[in-house]
Design a protein around this ligand. Sequence first.
Ligand SMILES: [Zn+2]
Length: 87
Amino acid sequence: VNARGPATLECREVVKLVTEYLEATLPPEDRARLEQHLLVCPPCTMHVAQVRATVSHLSQLRTSSEVGPALVELFRKWKEKRDDEDA
Ligand SMILES: [Zn+2]
């Protein structure tokens, strides 16, 4: 599979890029491809919304140094869930 497909990213790439996407540090080309993927992939749309809400929530309560580990935990739970669905 060519990772550089013409239209959209794969789910794993969305997970990898979601923080950059939410921080608006993603290159425009990748951002467009990510948004294209979200249009056709409800699970990733939910994931992005959940991460956005978590970042917003944590940023109100805690220092930014604690947001990273929380996101890692969120990714791990999400990935475990996805792996279960694949099995
Ligand atoms: Zn997806």
